[in-house]
Design a protein. Sequence first.
Length: 217
Amino acid sequence: MKAKGLFIVLEGMDGSGKTSQLEHIKRYLNEQQIDFLSTREPGGISVSEQIREVILNVDNDMSGLTECLLYASARREHLIQKVIPALQAGRIVICDRYVMSSLAYQGYGRELGKAVLDINQLAIDVDGQQYWADMNIYIDVKPEVGLERIMSKSGEREVNRLDLEALEFHHRVHQGYMELSEQHAERFVMINGEQDEQHVFNDIKQVLDTLIQQYHV
Ligand code: TYD
């Protein structure tokens, strides 16, 4: 059975302001009295939060492929236990990161290429249906801008294992998002994250309003 809800994913480089924008989105939907489920990756359910700790722990060393498989494992279980039931109940799901993050970070950042797509196609296939997001809202900032924001806020937000990667890694991730925005144009909208916070949210709000109208959720 095709899930009838609306699956929206927020994507962006580290330091893109995604977390603040999620707060704006939640406040806006609450004000409109629109029912939604907000969740995140990696995590969102107990098993996946435990996998998250393993992946992001700065003391852990692992190969890119192991990292990719761990993200995919966390993703599949979160999808089965939390996302699909909500979609099948006709709800809007707002997820902080999903498959595009793996394609950008592991595919381009770790240079694992097509293997990441293959692994993820398997991970998001449930009962013969692949659960792609209906829309990826990608907040774009240049890698230097994102990293600068993270480092200046390091007191408020814990710096994780991926933040510590070299600038070239973040450049490859950014290039990845650019290419993915073309390859998946029908489910990808790019928002300029270098504007001030309110302008970024205004752009996101327009996308949300259109989606909600289209899907009649
Ligand atoms: P998090 O602290 O949630 O960062 P952010 O607030 O930027 O989302 O950590 C998630 C990190 O995991 C982030 O650096 C992106 C990375 N990531 C991947 O590399 N692949 C993935 O599939 C996902 C979901 C996240």
